[in-house]
Design a protein around this ligand. Sequence first.
Ligand code: CO
Length: 210
Amino acid sequence: MNDSYNKLIQGNKLFSDNKTLKEPDYFKNLSLGQTPEYLWIGCSDSRVPANEITSTQSGEVFVHRNIANLVVHTDLNLLSVVEYAVRFLNVKHVIVCGHYGCGGIKAAMSDKTYGFVDSWLTNIKDVFHQNEKQLMEIEDEEKRSDRLTELNVIQQVRNLAKTSIIQQEWKKRPLHLHGWVYGINNGLIKDLSVIHNGKEDIDPIYRFNF
Ligand code: CO
């Protein structure tokens, strides 16, 4: 029997012991509630754990992850997370964080099929298609997929800005949307500087008038 899962249970015990050793009331305090300042929308990839790569603790980051960090307007899961985070938790920053070497991006650039995820990745093929000229000028395939990773993040930040959830919040208070890309090969986050602070940052057709 493969009991490798026990490693997780033992690891959890170690985690719990370490925390309470340093701060006996750590979990008691955490259980009182959460007031995270950030919503993180990242890739499901096991190498991009939001808390670990940002040196943040439990309670600091509200997290949604899916394959290739997409913001799809019909995704009820994502929309629920975004609405709850901005309207009820009052997060100040929403971060879409992609990563170089993303398998989702690479699969979207290929003609291979992987099942159900093919439909999901068509969203990335659309980003490729919209930026085809720029991307095809990049000869190196790795660099081309790196650029598509960046363009994909930029598109997902725009998609967030297009939602009535975000625009309604902008009417009430400052809220900042960011686009970042994490480098698995060096552990560093690159800020793409595509910050969106209000509906004037998106094209007029997408602006709602409440
Ligand atoms: Co990925």
